[in-house]
Ligand binder design. Structure first.
Ligand code: SF4
Length: 248
């Protein structure tokens, strides 16, 4: 499928999804983006697009980039069209001043965690692969630590990215959207905390399986626990935030 065909398909998809009563509005806003494991994949615009993409014959992995490029182009065309209707010239918008700020303690900690976990898994990749193969051969089953590793890897950068986004809201002092920013920060902080909880659970599985990595795993558990405590203190309303679909 070429780019024009993809754009056409995306536009049709958007029009159809607007009239789809099963779609849960905003369900994708505070999720973990793990669409293939999500119970709302057929009730979410992003999830449905992901399903369409998975249907593609994408042997070399290039379809995802073609799809993204087509989606961006179609979206820009749609926005430009809407702006024109509203008399807005998108070429003449004053540049927004980018606010710079230093990382907070939680952001520094979550960044450190991301880097260290990523390197640890990378450095032990062969060992984990080898042990997986041995268990599959011996027990004819996929070991539980494989699932635990997938969970940890899925969230290894996600946690830091979400903490940064949630923290941004604390420094945004524009009067007009204070309420929105507070809600957005709480929703974002909540999914970060959920990701931390799932990572903690996954590390406890690894702890039992890999006694030779005990120190390292305990170190990660300590980091996650510290980040979680700081998040709960910084965003005291986060866990009460109701995410569309997930918390209803
Ligand atoms: S709500 Fe589910 S399907 Fe939609 S983007 Fe999030 S993880 Fe994917």
């Amino acid at each position: 499928m070429n780019k024009e065909e993809r754009k056409k398909r995306y536009n049709e998809f958007l029009n159809n999804s607007m009239n789809n009563p099963n779609i849960i509005s905003g369900v994708h806003n505070y999720c973990d983006r793990w669409c293939e494991r999500c119970k709302f994949i057929k009730r979410c615009r992003v999830g449905l697009m992901e399903l369409e993409r998975l249907d593609d014959d994408d042997e070399d992995g290039s379809a995802i980039w073609e799809e993204l490029s087509a989606v961006f182009e179609a979206t820009i065309e749609m926005i430009t069209e809407k702006a024109k209707e509203m008399g807005i010239d998108l070429n003449n918008i004053p540049e927004l001043e980018k606010k710079k700020r230093k990382f907070s303690e939680i952001e520094k900690e979550s960044e450190k965690y991301s880097t260290e976990v990523h390197n640890w898994i990378k450095n032990n990749h062969e060992n984990f692969q080898q042990q997986t193969l041995e268990i599959v051969k011996k027990e004819l089953a996929i070991p539980d630590f494989k699932e635990a590793l997938e969970v940890i890897q899925w969230y290894e950068f996600f946690i830091h990215v979400k903490i940064r986004r949630a923290s941004d809201g604390l420094y945004d002092t524009e009067e007009d959207d204070n309420e929105f920013r507070k809600n957005d920060s709480d929703g974002t902080a909540k999914i970060a905390i959920i990701a931390i909880n799932r990572s903690i659970e996954a590390f406890t599985v690894l702890y039992q399986r890999f006694p030779e990595h005990e120190d390292k795993i305990l170190g990660f558990l300590k980091q996650l626990s510290s980040i979680k405590q700081k998040m709960l203190a910084t965003f005291p309303d986060a866990m009460a935030f109701k995410r569309s679909g997930f918390d209803e």
